[in-house]
Write a protein that binds this ligand. Structure first.
Ligand code: CP
Ligand code: NVA
Length: 315
């Protein structure tokens, strides 16, 4: 990689994509603008990642993140090495710091999916190349880039619109809160009180001027919403022994036709997938005319191209 690209931040620090809150709104917009151009086939240089090698480590399962990054990197001319965490020495206890030091000598960027955010932070602290968050227990920023792109394709600018999250206050919900601050939309979050998102994150978002309102009644939360979003009731990082209790708590937050009727008449429905049909979302909704979940899944491919180009200093 050229010196100019390595000193992407101007101070020699790598451009990590760890949390939306770390990155300013204009920069996130630049990424999405690039992604839109890539999707529409408008790139002047169709292989901007030529000569770049990227390592991906998945400590947890993935379909969309893995395939969309692999295909997206290759479409942009780059190369990718994908590793299951358990097949690496990281999986046998080698420290994230040493893993970062070594991989930084081989590759131009590292993408990590882990269920311990502390690992990602340690990796990023010691990497001299950008680290991209492919999901942790506390956030999923790549998903939100695709979600904002999808909303805007279907309903125009997201700024000032109402988006309603109903269900678990999980990693994706927490990235929605960060996105509300960065993309200036109003977010209604309906969860059981026991599963509410992190209060410190809420305080941060509100401190940024974000309109984020918590609800215990999903019907109140979706009133006026142009987008209704949900996700699994049991995430990969959750203790599986709590599944029954979580299902009982979350049953009233299911996205079904009756809840959707309480939203704006033209509301779209999003879900990061994988879906647990009949649990957090019904077949009639996910397969219905208001669902954009497969456009949303497709947009992972496009949205991450902007993230990659920015992280590698080319945006
Ligand atoms: N939405 C998402 O990240 O899907 P995968 O777990 O399949 O990557
Ligand atoms: N909240 C889910 C998202 C999966 C993409 C999980 O962490 O399992």
């Amino acid at each position: 990689m050229s010196a100019a690209l390595k000193s992407a931040n101007g101070n020699g620090a790598p451009r990590h994509f760890l949390e939306l809150m770390d990155i300013d709104s204009l920069t996130l917009r630049r990424m999405l603008d690039f992604s839109g151009r890539a999707k529409r086939g408008e790139l002047t240089d169709s292989k901007p990642l030529a000569g770049k090698h990227i390592a991906m480590i998945f400590e947890k399962p993935s379909t969309r993140t893995r395939v969309s990054f692999e295909v997206g990197i290759k479409q942009l001319g780059g190369d990718v090495v994908t590793l299951a965490g358990k097949d690496t020495q990281l999986g046998r206890g080698e420290s994230p710091a040493d893993t970062a030091r070594v991989l930084s000598r081989y590759v131009d960027a590292i993408i990590l999916r882990t269920d311990r955010v502390e690992k990602m932070r340690e990796l990023a602290e010691h990497a001299t190349v950008p680290v991209i968050n492919g999901l942790t227990d506390v956030s999923h920023p790549c998903q939100l880039m695709a979600d904002v792109m999808t909303f805007e394709e279907h309903r125009g600018p997201i700024a000032g619109q109402v988006v309603a999250w109903t269900g678990d206050g999980n990693n994706v919900a927490q990235s929605f809160i960060q996105a509300a601050a960065r993309f200036n939309f109003t977010l209604h979050v309906a969860t059981p009180p026991q599963l509410a998102p992190n209060p410190e994150l809420l305080a941060w978002a509100r401190g940024q001027g974000a309109q984020v309102k918590l609800f215990s009644d999903p019907f109140e939360a979706v009133a006026g919403a142009r987008c209704v979003v949900t996700d699994t009731w049991v995430s990969m990082s959750d203790d599986k022994s709590s599944a029954r209790q979580r299902h009982n708590l979350l049953a009233p937050f299911q996205v079904n036709n009756s809840l959707l009727k309480a939203a704006a008449p033209d509301a779209i429905v999003m879900h990061c997938l994988p879906a647990h049909r009949g649990e957090e979302i019904t077949d009639e909704v996910i397969d219905g005319p208001q669902s954009v979940v497969f456009d949303e899944a497709e947009n992972r491919l496009h949205a991450q191209k902007g993230v990659l180009l920015w992280a590698l200093g080319a945006l």
